[in-house]
Design a protein around this ligand. Structure first.
Ligand SMILES: NC(=O)C1=CN([C@@H]2O[C@H](COP(=O)(O)OP(=O)(O)OC[C@H]3O[C@@H](n4cnc5c(N)ncnc54)[C@H](OP(=O)(O)O)[C@@H]3O)[C@@H](O)[C@H]2O)C=CC1
Ligand SMILES: CC(C)(CO)C(=O)C(=O)O
Length: 315
């Protein structure tokens, strides 16, 4: 909505009822009370190469969405996956659980931009994206130095998307993933907001324990991630926001567990640093009859005792 409002030529790919709605009414963003509405071209799939393709599906749908829109990607198109989780481009080869269809390994990485988007947004019943913060975007090259990023970044900033280009996109991805891994699956299990995790001692202890396991793996790869005090502040600052994974759980949609949890867990296990707290949380999610749990007390007791035992074993 911001890009189209700023006069850029925007084509939105959507399907089903969403496509009809965008065709009829355009796209809309409610940024803390200010409504941005714009008409865009809405299509089922791209038919000609674009300057830049932002792929904003859930991470497990990236390969399928890109394959369906291959005609939109020419040799000079920037491909920008705007998804949470461990990116397929992070290592030389896609990590387990990051390339479901095999399509992502075939992309030209010199035209792929890593993206870290800080935005807390929910779609309202009438299709408006309701955001509770200013969208802040970091972009960084997945590989190589070719092509001029200037025009893209200038266009984003002029439209009101605060965008920077960074040489340390992998660090930024891991910092964001630290927050996601510590909060998204726990919120989907328990049905709590970010601030509730920050306020509730049992939830905070579990989140911090999972963050510790993730941080240890990152450290072994040479990345220093911020401490739990940073995470605690982030939780309280975010307020009563329900994570994207809790939104999915409530809507009965597939959870983004592959990219956010299973991929880093698999890589950490390969490095001899199993993320046991996260593994225990995944086991609780897998055995839950419905999410979020109506009464999470037994699951929380299991997780707390698991983390206490692991801490004791370390001593
Ligand atoms: N929500 C948030 O606050 C944040 C989300 N993120 C991340 O951003 C990414 C996107 O999340 P979010 O916007 O919440 O996701 P949503 O599930 O709200 O939106 C994804 C959309 O993609 C559509 N879609 C999927 N595949 C295709 C396809 N092949 N062709 C056309 N449309 C398709 C879906 O359509 P349909 O409805 O038909 O399935 C759906 O409307 C995720 O990785 C998420 O973790 C990051 C930061 C914050
Ligand atoms: C807001 C935040 C950082 C919570 O982990 C997020 O990215 C999400 O909800 O998916």
């Amino acid at each position: 909505a911001l890009l189209a409002q700023a006069g850029l030529e925007v084509t939105v790919v959507a399907r089903g009822a969403r496509l009809e709605c965008i065709r009829a009414e355009g796209v809309a963003l409610n940024d803390r009370g200010t409504l941005h509405q714009a008409r865009v071209t809405a299509v089922e799939a791209l038919t000609e190469p674009m300057d830049a393709v932002f792929v904003t599906v859930k991470s497990q749908d990236l390969g399928a969405a890109l394959a369906a829109n291959a005609a939109g990607i020419g040799p000079d198109t920037w491909v920008i996956p705007m998804v949470n989780g461990l990116p397929f481009w992070f290592f030389d080869q896609p990590a387990p659980f990051t390339d479901h269809t095999g399509d992502l390994a075939r992309l030209n990485r010199e035209r792929v931009l890593g993206a870290v988007l800080l935005m807390t947004v929910q779609t309202s019943a009438d299709g408006v994206a309701v955001s509770s913060n200013t969208p802040t975007l970091s972009l960084g090259r997945a590989a190589g130095q070719g092509g001029d990023l200037g025009p893209l970044v200038q266009a984003l900033n002029a439209a009101g998307v605060r965008t920077d280009v960074t040489d340390t996109i992998r660090t930024k991805v891991l910092v964001k993933l630290l927050a996601n891994v510590a909060t998204n699956p726990l919120s989907a299990l328990v049905g709590c907001s970010l601030a509730e995790i920050g306020r509730n001692e049992a939830l905070r202890t579990i989140a911090f324990g999972i963050a510790d396991g993730f941080r240890a793996w990152a450290k072994a790869m040479g990345y220093d991630l911020p401490p739990n005090a940073w995470l605690g502040d982030l939780l309280l600052d975010a307020g009563e926001f329900e994570t994207s994974m809790l939104q999915d759980a409530r809507a009965g949609r597939t959870l983004e567990l592959d990219a956010i949890c299973r991929a880093p867990m698999a890589m950490a296990a390969q490095a001899g640093l199993p993320m046991t707290g996260l593994k225990a949380l995944l086991a609780e999610l897998e055995k839950a009859p419905a999410l979020p749990l109506r009464d999470p007390s037994a699951a929380l007791k299991n997780l707390t005792s698991h983390l206490t035992h692991t801490a004791l074993e370390r001593i």
